[in-house]
Ligand binder design. Sequence first.
Ligand code: EPZ
Length: 424
Amino acid sequence: MSYFEINGGKKLKGVIEVKGAKNAALKAVAAALLSCEKWTLSNLPQIEDVKRILEMVGDLGVEVKQKEGTKEWTNKVEIQARSIQKTELSKKLAGKLRASIILAGPVLARKGKVSMPYPGGCVIGKRPIDLFLDGFQKMGARVVWKDDYFSLSARKLRGAKIFFPRITVTGTEAMMITAVLAEGETILENAAMEPEIPVLAKFLNQCGAKIQGAGTPTIKIKGVKKIKGGQMKIIPDRIETGTFVILGALCGGRIKIKNCCPDHIRALLENIQKAGVKIKEGKDELVVWGAKKIKPINLTTHEYPGFATDLQPPFTLLMTQAQGITQIHDPIFEGRLLFTDSLNSMGANIVLNDPHRATVYGPTKLRGRKIASPDLRAGITLLLAGLIAEGKTIIENIYQIDRGYERIEERLRKLGADIKRIEK
Ligand code: EPZ
């Protein structure tokens, strides 16, 4: 198994570009299945999760062209679901990513049936799928659990009123996508407002969908018969942007983050500046200076536009370097603070009060260690920890980092980091 070897303590400086948003790309690939015509997606991040979802779509018999005439992987992909030949989602691939569930709706809408296994993905809590099943049922689907698969069928999906008892990002996107081809009007209430949602809705509307209100808690979708083809550019990844801001605060020098959307990480920018980190903001770039003295800032994560749960792990790491005590509260997933154990093994002093609450006692000196990446966002956090730790850090299970960050070691090396991938 490959691993990263990091020699910590280097001051980083220079320019780093943000890649396309993983969580926008995955949903755009799924939405492409609504149309018989060609969708061209550009600025796709070249990461494992995107590869997996494209493999899943290919496995359904949909045409996926990665580069003119070749199978080579680039950041531009053409998807044409002239027909969908299979209605069973691959169990092996679905086990690797939670977002695989997003494919169920368009297949059900186009074919009248779909079989899907329980999706896998990051081990950050229970991650139930009840809100998806409820939504599909409200739209007229029959759901049967048989032989390790959910079998969903509906001769015709119809519009429905769906209130989400919990705000769910992929659930909102799944219902919005599925409702596009349903008969009549669907109203989603208490919907998620993450920036990827209005961007996808806008593009779907350009292709003939009738979606109103995406980006607010109430989304109305009037079903249409046909979705046309088109070209969509994936927006910059806001989690990668935020991770690089924290990287700059921990390891800069001066780091310029290009091709980003500062408004999408407003909650982080507010908090981190209060912590004493100097940031200069441009229209699509940010400059971050390494912080000499970090103030403790208590944090509670929240759905967008609140502080993203995906940025909690690197922020918690930042707080290990703060002068004082920080309370971290992450109510969204119950496993999101488990990685603090690994930080403690490197010298941090974090007390887990319950699955959702931690107290961070700073500042602490971190020492290099051999650790395994438990999930995507914890994985990148341990990598950042390695960059500020004294001595050598080995990070194993780096598939979990490659799932969401494109060739991260090459990009960090350009900033002056001493990190290499050892292939085994
Ligand atoms: C999305 O996950 C992201 N993944 C996650 O990023 C992100 O952490 C999360 O949103 C929160 O922002 C993708 O977009 C692929 P949820 P998602 O449904 O949609 C509960 C990453 O690293 N819930 O908004 O799966 C759930 O347990 C990933 O990029 C139910 O109870 O999250 C959680 O407590 C990790 N029943 C809450 O809702 C359901 O049927 C919010 O989850 C669905 C969700």
